[in-house]
Design a protein around this ligand. Structure first.
Ligand SMILES: Cc1cc2nc3c(=O)[nH]c(=O)nc-3n(C[C@H](O)[C@H](O)[C@H](O)COP(=O)(O)OP(=O)(O)OC[C@H]3O[C@@H](n4cnc5c(N)ncnc54)[C@H](O)[C@@H]3O)c2cc1C
Length: 316
């Protein structure tokens, strides 16, 4: 792989688990670390020109990468240094910026609209693709437009409407277009109140979510259940799992987080295959008890024993 820009870091023979919150995943043909739009564009063009197969990841917080090495390159678009510009209530942010860094940036400047994303791991790019959010609010609500690059290297701009946001979903999951940067239209708010709310959110997350240092995971495994009528509310997948006895399930080192039945955590000796098989058991118990089909939120990458080939959805 030839890259002209020497600031782009390239790694070989490194387990991808280092770059996922689940701490799971074998190696790949090479990891290319991009932090800025020019680095990303050069990398995508280079890979396309050389006909190299690749996938793109952000913070790796919504992924289970296989135990078997990936037969492709991995572009990691993620930076610890926030890249955000402000023009009044409008923020322009790089897709590689961490979502929580964006939330903090906005709160400190008294801008309201992304405080709900406080403490969610991952990048702005990953959040746009999956319309990340919490407490009934999501990033798609405040997104004005995005700059995209297609896996073939073609640049374009799309409006929020073009992205067809729904609950934890956007058209980008189907097109595979990469979010280079995003423009968000926020509202004036009170910085002090937003920062206080931020502290409350962080404290609540600390009590409800696994501590990633000791209990690696990828957050909620399945989407909440869509209401059957317009009047209905979305129901927590965790409730159905709990009622169906899901908390007792375990495969190898993959176990259910005891405070939340919709989260799989990695314990000693856990393999990605264990997570895959446990997720199948979770869907089975809910189907048997409630005749409901759980829909996965977390994405599997690579090869898993017994998995239908069409599930390997993020290999472009
Ligand atoms: C402890 C914990 C708590 C969580 N809480 C929440 C929550 O409250 N709400 C919520 O919505 N989610 C939550 N999540 C899930 C996860 O953090 C979000 O889905 C996050 O937005 C994923 O972003 P990422 O950068 O990590 O994406 P990755 O996991 O790296 O990738 C996920 C998908 O997005 C694609 N992708 C990543 N970056 C880009 C880009 N720039 N352009 C195009 N495609 C891209 C990848 O190809 C992949 O298909 C939680 C996860 C954890 C571990």
């Amino acid at each position: 792989m030839t890259l002209k820009d020497s600031s782009i870091k390239f790694e070989e023979h490194v387990p991808l688990g280092q770059y996922t919150t689940f701490r799971l995943g074998a190696s790949c043909q090479g990891i290319i670390h991009c932090q800025t739009p020019p680095q990303l564009e050069e990398t995508i063009r280079g890979l396309t020109k050389e006909n190299k197969k690749f996938i793109l990841i952000g913070g790796g917080s919504n992924l289970v990468i296989s135990d078997e090495p990936l037969d492709c390159y991995v572009v990691r678009y993620c930076t610890d240094i926030p890249i955000v510009g402000q023009n009044g209530t409008v923020l322009s942010v790089c897709g590689s910026t961490k979502l929580d860094h964006l939330a903090l940036f906005a709160a400190q400047r008294g801008l309201e609209g992304v405080n709900c994303t406080t403490g969610i791991p991952g990048t702005v790019g990953g959040a746009v693709v999956g319309n990340a959010g919490a407490w009934g609010k999501q990033i798609g609500d405040v997104l004005a437009s995005v700059d995209l690059i297609s896996p073939a290297g073609v640049k374009k701009t799309a409006s929020a409407q073009d992205l067809q946001f729904t609950y934890r979903d956007s058209i980008l999951k189907k097109t595979g277009d990469i979010v280079v940067s995003a423009v968000l239209s926020l509202q004036r708010g009170d910085a002090k109140a937003l920062l206080e709310e931020r502290e409350k959110i962080l404290a609540e997350r600390k009590t409800k979510h696994p501590d990633l240092r000791y209990e690696p995971c990828a957050g909620s495994f399945f989407r909440n259940i869509e209401p059957t009528s317009k009047a209905g509310k979305r129901q927590a997948a965790g409730w159905f799992l709990e009622e169906a006895g899901g908390k007792k399930l375990k495969v190898g080192g993959a176990v259910i987080f005891q405070k939340h039945a919709n989260i799989i955590v990695k314990s000693e000796g856990c393999r990605s295959q264990d997570v895959y098989e446990l997720s199948l058991q979770m869907t089975r118990v809910v189907k048997e008890k409630f005749n409901l089909d759980l829909v996965r939120e977390v994405r599997f990458v690579g090869k898993f024993r017994g998995m239908p080939s069409d599930v390997r959805e993020i290999i472009w």
